[in-house]
Design a binder for this molecule. Structure first.
Ligand SMILES: *Cc1c(COP(=O)(O)O)cnc(C)c1O
Length: 409
């Protein structure tokens, strides 16, 4: 592992792992299958030797992206998927069994909440807790508890769970700690630094950054003792136990379920990731300036952003995320403002779901991504009826502030 900084490591990861014909980008490999000269080699790859057989289980291009993400997270190894949701589904469906219990933060992405509902249909029990307080997580512990799941910075409420406190407790209890790091990315906070066992990143968001490819990744931080985990199937319990968890996720989650990242998408994401610190630095600075401007606007009722001193976890975010606070704002306008008319007046900010794009995006969440779950669950998840999710991009900040001012006028 190189001792270079984050940007240098990310930029040079392809080259340092060996090039093809000197190409500085890993080439886009479209082959569905990989042929062998010798039967012995074909058999060896099927029996566990690193290599490529059928592209559903990966290509040299996805492998290069996996190595890049592993270095960004300072982890042990990574498996990529077609989307972030596919990565999450693979973690839950391959590592949990009927009768197991999961403790999850109640402040999470709506689609992940919906996925946890699907798990419950298969006999996995889920308890939702306010994970900003580690004692609430501890209180939910049962003998059958296997996994704790939180988001580093919650989509869309921007709650910051007690990431380190939960990591310490999970380590003491021997529990698997799964962190969705999508909103902070390893540039603000690596999963390993807070004691996570597995880190999920939606590559469709900040890491890819250009809204031109979907992808997801699961990284093993190397901190969890898989030899103590009862749900590892017999074929994957051989060799160094450090690799067992990700092997099962790859075999059961990628090979069997098939939500495979394409080589083309892997290339776009890897190229996007090269500028993550530049883009995210600008987006975080823009988000802070916009949060301050909106908080002072008479027609804005509430701005929730971890960079504002009145955010309940401002101090925690400051220490965990190195003084950067992400690019997502939860905004509530005064009831006197016609929400939909306001949205229709925006000229720079794009009315679209998605986040972590170079462009600023806005979405009324209760009417859209949280519509299906109904008012009671929205309330538990802290979603207000007039809440806007604002993903701040890298535009010129004056243009963003002017756009809000004219739309609010
Ligand atoms: C978007 C998102 C996901 C899902 O990622 P996709 O690539 O869109 O499937 C998961 N977690 C969080 C926190 C997200 O914001």
């Amino acid at each position: 592992m190189s001792t270079n900084g984050f940007s240098t490591t990310t930029l040079h990861s392809d080259r340092r792992l060996g090039t093809e014909c000197g190409a500085v980008h890993k080439p886009i490999h479209p082959s569905a299958q990989y042929a062998f000269e010798k039967a012995e080699d074909l058999i060896a790859v099927f029996q566990g030797r690193p290599g490529f057989s059928y592209a559903r289980q990966g290509t040299p291009t996805t492998a290069a992206l996996e190595a890049q993400i592993t270095q960004m997270e300072n982890g042990l190894n990574t498996v990529t998927f077609a989307t972030g949701m596919a990565a999450l589904a693979a973690v839950f469906l391959t590592l949990l069994r009927k009768g197991d219990h999961v403790i999850s933060s109640q402040y999470i992405f709506g689609n992940t909440n919906s996925l946890l509902g699907t798990l419950q249909n298969f006999g996995v029990e889920v308890t939702l807790v306010d994970a900003t307080d580690v004692t609430a997580v501890q209180a939910a512990r049962r003998p059958e508890t296997r996994m704790v799941f939180v988001e580093s910075l919650a989509n869309p409420g921007t709650h910051v769970a007690d990431l380190k406190g939960i990591g310490d407790w999970c380590a003491a209890e021997g529990l698997l700690y799964v962190l969705d790091n999508t909103l902070t990315t390893p540039w603000l906070c690596t999963g390993k630094s807070v004691g996570a066992s597995l880190v999920v990143n939606s590559l469709s968001k900040h890491i890819g950054g250009h809204a031109n490819a979907l992808g997801g990744a699961v990284t093993d931080t190397g901190l969890f003792d898989w030899s103590s985990y009862p749900n590892i199937a017999e074929p994957y319990r051989s060799g160094n136990s450090a690799g067992w968890g990700l092997t099962q996720i790859k075999k059961k989650g990628l090979r069997d379920m098939g939500a495979t990242l394409s080589s083309d998408a892997a290339h776009r994401i890897a190229a996007g990731a090269e500028t993550l610190p530049l883009r995210m630095g600008k987006a975080c600075a823009n988000a802070l300036a916009l949060a301050q401007a909106l908080a002072a606007h008479p027609r804005v009722a509430r701005v929730t952003y971890p960079g504002l001193p009145d955010h309940p976890q401002h101090a925690r975010a400051t220490s965990l995320f190195k003084g950067r606070y992400g690019a997502l704002l939860a905004v509530q306008l005064h009831d006197s403002v016609d929400l939909l008319a306001f949205l229709n007046r925006l000229r720079v900010v794009v009315l679209a779901t998605h986040l972590g794009d170079n462009r600023s995006l806005v979405l009324p969440v209760a009417h859209t991504i949280y519509y299906e779950m109904g008012p009671a669950l929205r309330k538990q998840m802290g979603i207000a009826d007039n809440q806007l999710r604002l993903s701040v991009g890298i535009e010129d900040i004056d243009d963003l502030i002017d756009d809000f001012n004219q739309a609010l006028a």
